[in-house]
Design a binder for this molecule. Structure first.
Ligand code: AMP
Length: 580
């Protein structure tokens, strides 16, 4: 028997989503549904037109504000510019910038054209960027001159399908880079009017790469209809309203930063704070105080960093504007909830979702009491369950069937009943990997969880080897591949080593080729090599030399065992290993 838990007593899941749709307009004349129209253009004829949509904080200097009307106009110009470049519906437009206004203009403009928009994390190194542009068949890239020079220019020749790179800022920057064009000039010269493409709820809109245990990153495709999920959950879980000053600290290079950093707040009509700077304890508290932030959506690593700075750091600021605080991306430890109650005078509400779900699926929401350490319960419209393997011990996805025997409080794989509006509709160019995620009408998430007697979900860990560091999902294979490019490396196995601050730290075990000495100089060289290629977020922070990496008889490195040995945990079944 499967223990299924639905969000709340309700007429039907479909009823919840249907009601959520009523807050949306649809394209004029019944021409379809487009996220960008819901987010900006429909506001331009009403009272929200002159409302501030984005208040962008530069690293220093005065904030730059953009109203809904301005954002609608600038994004229409970008859509016109894309059309004159010959970009068609369904083609991929990539954005690689920091958190600056151009990012929002490019995302919304791309959506208006009916293109599929992919945002990339600016802290990625050249390798993850080139790989994603290649896998996603990027046609246009919007980036900054600085990021272009450091991270794209060298691989440009390997990206023949990338037709145009548009650089933000001063147009003269392009003179030194004749293979690029100027976004500023393109926007100035493009038509300010653009008729939004008549996209349907099922047309692809956003592409987000996420990491698996093996192989290349997976491009999760999301459709325009996902906006229903973004908005309904932002209202319900984040308690987001039009009058709010809202701060989502996630970078739009990751899914939280688009679903809840771009789409949901704009559709709802709130004012978003967009901070270009990196984390800093005092800057963050000051931002809440000065901007009078009312709803704050952030992540456990950031909360733990604030906790480390001590209560006094917080007490120096007036944080009383905060009405709702929510957290996502990694487990939120119970102490963080208690700290929030004591120091912020708010209960930080943990919620769970992932790139593939497109929107929050499990959450502490409404008046339900929060159990510190639990990620809450399924939102209305979602049914979640914990699936365990059949008695024969085979994976529950064998032959496409979910074989489950579920007792209360048993750990199993978290699964969601399909479908729901923001569910991903595919992995780009990889139908098999997509199909493998489903069994018997369930989407199986790859997370391990348990449900308590009252229906609260508790995160236990990942069922696979992917690593979560500071809220960012890292595929070990991607890291191993780059380490193997180094002439000294024969083999590499990468794991996440638990860490009290960032959740997990990327740690690599490396076997060397003959003739290389495992010393400090080589270790530093390897760390620098990985950092240069992958960027600081993805690169390993620690490297250990180990000649006898545990392997299966077919020669695959067993990361599970590397981790168990690192942590001094039981090694489990080692019968299929080549050597112990
Ligand atoms: P991503 O697809 O990059 O958003 O990462 C999704 C993964 O982050 C999930 O599959 C979980 O492993 C983890 N995650 C997200 N939210 C939570 C949470 N509230 N508690 C624990 N893990 C989480």
């Amino acid at each position: 028997m499967t223990r299924q838990v639905t969000g709340q007593p309700q007429a039907s899941a479909a009823g919840f989503w249907e009601e959520a749709c009523t807050g949306l307009s649809g394209l004029p004349g019944g021409r379809g549904l487009n996220i960008a129209y819901e987010a900006v253009d429909r506001h331009t004829t009403g009272p929200f037109a002159s409302r501030v949509a984005l208040r962008c904080l530069a690293e220093s200097g005065a904030p730059h504000e953009m109203t809904y009307r301005e954002l609608a106009e600038r994004s229409s110009r970008f859509a016109s510019a894309l059309a004159s470049l010959g970009i068609g519906r369904g083609e991929r437009v990539f954005v690689l910038t920091g958190r600056i206004p151009e990012l929002y203009i490019a995302v919304l403009g791309g959506l208006k054209l009916g293109a599929v928009v992919c945002t990339l994390f600016a802290a990625f190194g050249p390798e993850p960027i080139a790989q994603r542009l290649r896998l996603g068949d990027g046609r246009v890239l919007v980036t900054t001159p600085e990021l272009y020079d450091r991270k794209v220019a060298a691989s440009r020749a390997e990206l023949p399908d990338l037709r145009q790179v548009l650089l933000t800022g001063d147009p003269t920057e392009c003179l030194q880079r004749p293979e690029t064009g100027s976004l500023t000039t393109a926007l100035d010269e493009a038509a300010a009017e653009f008729q939004i493409a008549p996209t349907s709820t099922e047309d692809p809109a956003l592409l987000h790469f996420t990491s698996g245990t093996t192989g290349t990153p997976k491009g999760a495709v999301h459709v325009h209809g996902a906006v229903v999920g973004h908005v309904a959950t932002a209202r319900l879980v984040l308690d987001l309203r039009a009058e709010d000053v809202y701060w989502c600290t996630a970078d739009p290079g990751w899914v939280t930063g688009t679903s809840y950093g771009i789409v949901a707040p704009l559709v709802i009509g709130a004012t978003s704070i967009v901070d270009a700077a990196e984390f800093d304890v005092h800057r963050w508290y000051r931002t809440i105080e000065e901007q009078r932030v009312t709803v704050w959506y952030t992540a456990p690593t950031a909360i733990r960093r604030l906790m480390r700075a001590g209560d006094q750091a917080a007490e120096a600021y007036d944080l009383s504007s905060l009405r709702a605080v929510a957290s996502v991306g990694e487990p939120l430890n119970p102490e963080a909830v208690v700290w929030g109650q004591r120091v912020l005078h708010r209960t930080i509400r943990d919620n769970w979702w992932q790139t593939e779900t497109g929107a929050i699926a499990i959450a502490n929401y409404g008046d339900a009491p929060v159990r510190p350490g639990s990620m809450g319960r399924p939102v209305p419209g979602m049914t979640a369950a914990v699936l365990v393997r059949g008695e024969d011990g085979r994976a529950h996805r064998d032959k496409g069937h979910v074989t489950v025997e579920q007792r209360p409080n048993t750990v199993g794989e978290l699964a969601l009943r399909t479908p729901w509006p923001s569910m991903f509709r595919g992995y780009l160019h990889d139908d098999k990997r997509y199909a493998d995620c489903f069994a018997d009408g369930w989407y199986v998430t790859g997370d391990l969880a348990r449900i308590d007697d009252d229906g609260y979900f508790w995160f236990v860990g990942r069922a696979d080897d992917v690593i979560k560091t500071a809220g960012h999902l890292i595929g070990p294979f991607e890291v191993e591949s780059v380490l193997m490019e180094h002439p000294a490396v024969a083999e590499a196995g990468v794991i996440g080593r638990p860490d009290p601050l960032v959740g997990e730290v990327v740690k690599a075990f490396v076997a060397l080729k003959p003739g290389y000495t495992p010393d400090e100089v080589l270790r530093r060289d390897l760390l620098a090599h990985a950092r240069k290629r992958l960027g600081a977020t993805v690169a390993p922070k620690e490297i250990a030399f180990q000649q006898d990496l545990p392997k299966t008889r077919s020669g695959k490195i067993v990361r599970r065992l590397l981790k168990a040995r690192e942590l001094g945990l039981p090694e489990g079944d080692v019968s299929t290993l080549e050597q112990q």
